[in-house]
Design a protein around this ligand. Sequence first.
Ligand code: PHE
Ligand code: CO
Length: 301
Amino acid sequence: MAAVNDGGGVGGVTKGVNSGVAPATYGQGDRPPRGDYASARADYTCEQDWGRYTAEDHALYQRLYERQAAQLPGLACEEFIDAVGQLGTPTQIPRFDALSQRLHRATGWEVVAVPGLIPEEAFFALLAARRFPVTGWIRKPEEFDYVVEPDVFHDLFGHVPLLFNPMFADYMQAYGAGGLKASRLQSCEYLARLYWYTVEFGLIATPAGLRAYGAGILSSAGELRHSVTSPQPQRLAFDLERIMRTRYKIDSYQATYFVIDSFEQLFRATAPDFTPLYEAVSQRDEVAAEATLPGDRVLGL
Ligand code: PHE
Ligand code: CO
């Protein structure tokens, strides 16, 4: 999410199809509308309609991009930094079709436009098909620091660079397939926590130190530095069952971050069938976002 949390885009915590309510017209001109579900296809994808972005839209994207790009060294993981240039020139909102061509050559993924948050089943189905849904509209200038739901800046800048990484790209597809299964097992809530604590707010331990790989962190003006360097939040070693039990904050910085050692570790740890795990988690108490349990592997800075 933008400055803080994207309550969604994220499998599982979608707010529902009609949540993208906003005045039909704001700013002047014909900017891509916020939450235009009526024009979407059955799979919730829509046209990006690039020509509708205004000069102000492109300028806002550039300001957002440059503020984040300046903070990446020493805080974002190398895989992200290496790929962020693939988004194209920072001076304008990328054309999804051109970006998809580059991405497809790298990992077989493409990006597709959506009107906003979409139902979780539709979200999972797109990921399973290696199609990443990217919100078409961009926030208003007043929302420079914080927007309550994902916009094109969060979705593109936060999520797309790591889709150029083969291991992470495979993880995202597996997550989508796992989501379709979790829906059948009524366990989406647990799987959504995994998305939240990895894809959105994940940290990775590297030889150079702690770094961010989660999109909610990487697209946030303040949380990037906070998550990697502040002594305040708790950082725990990645633990799949612990994550599935743990609630999360949607309106403030995270109280707890989970730290992986590598994308390979993440991919392997999540490869087994989750069916028995969902059952086990359902038998145990939920854990508050800020709690520390006996047995937790707490990491220092
Ligand atoms: N292995 C998971 C399952 O069986 C699928 C999955 C993979 C989920 C990767 C999330 C991430 O449900
Ligand atoms: Co997101």
